[in-house]
Design a protein around this ligand. Structure first.
Ligand code: SF4
Ligand code: SF4
Ligand code: SF4
Length: 245
């Protein structure tokens, strides 16, 4: 019997599900190992009988909580996919202002019709067994996590910052190019892909575990920054994690 898997989306752009739908030949290999019973982006069928639930998107409303709890009840394993689900993601930018203020900006005079609250990752509501980080997720990392789970292993996800990969790739540091980069406090695992292309790290994989211990402090110190400075200065993805440090 192949494990049954289901995909769910909450507040997000569905870019992570698109990454999975675009797995191409790897998708066939994956379908040889699992039975997909629900995946709104690619099929009409739906079943509540599943073993593994992949959840994309942030929890942004009270009613999302009930749906998440039901998914947790149905599934043996819950996997958060993409930064909206793993860390609150870009939705959590609104957490830096009063929620009524944010609603007024988005919905204007109709703001009171919407029950949005502070955006949060799904593990703020239910226990999560595994994470696929990034915005969007990396296809290879998704496959690694799925394979590990099918083998009953804990997926190997880096606990060091992006700077480590960036240095291995012999990039010129963004700070030396006169830019700010949040790689010293961001979890690695993307092979520093944005910096390899000449830009900066925006922090999409979330804060590295225990940034005070694991940040690339030598890069920060060289540029006159502390761990807190780096996190506060660049808030695109840290609106939930920053407040909980
Ligand atoms: S993590 Fe990024 S790609 Fe995924 S749903 Fe959120 S915004 Fe979209
Ligand atoms: S700060 Fe950014 S550009 Fe500099 S080494 Fe770290 S990840 Fe690379
Ligand atoms: S370099 Fe930074 S922003 Fe780019 S994918 Fe990696 S973690 Fe995300």
């Amino acid at each position: 019997m192949k494990p049954k898997v289901a995909f769910f989306d909450f507040a997000g752009c569905e870019g992570d599900q698109l990454q999975i739908a675009n797995l191409e030949e790897d998708l066939l290999a994956l379908l040889g190992q699992v039975e997909v019973v629900s995946f709104r982006e690619v099929m009409k069928e739906h079943s509540d009988d599943y073993d593994i639930a992949f959840v994309e998107g942030s929890c942004t409303r009270l009613q999302d909580e009930d749906r998440l709890k039901q998914i947790r009840k149905n599934a043996k394993i819950v996997v958060a996919i993409g930064s909206c689900a793993t860390i609150g993601g870009i939705n959590a930018l609104r957490n830096y202002r009063e929620i009524d203020d944010a609603k007024r900006i988005v919905y204007g005079d109709s703001a009171n019709l919407f029950d949005a609250y502070t955006a949060r990752p799904i593990d703020a509501i239910i226990p999560v067994d595994a994470y696929v980080h990034g915005c969007p997720i990396d296809k290879d990392e998704f496959l690694h996590v799925v394979k590990s789970l099918l083998l009953g292993k804990k997926p190997d996800i880096p606990t060091y910052p992006v700077c480590v990969e960036c240095k291995k790739n012999e990039n010129i540091c963004a700070f030396e190019r006169g830019q700010f980069c949040v790689g010293p406090v961001t979890r690695a695992g993307c092979n520093s892909c944005c910096i390899n292309e000449g830009t900066i790290c925006w922090g999409c994989r979330g804060l590295v575990d225990n940034p005070n211990e694991n940040a690339q402090k030598e890069v920060l110190i060289k540029n006159g920054l502390t761990v807190d400075d780096a996190i506060k200065k660049f808030r695109l993805y840290f609106g939930w994690q920053e407040r909980r440090r």
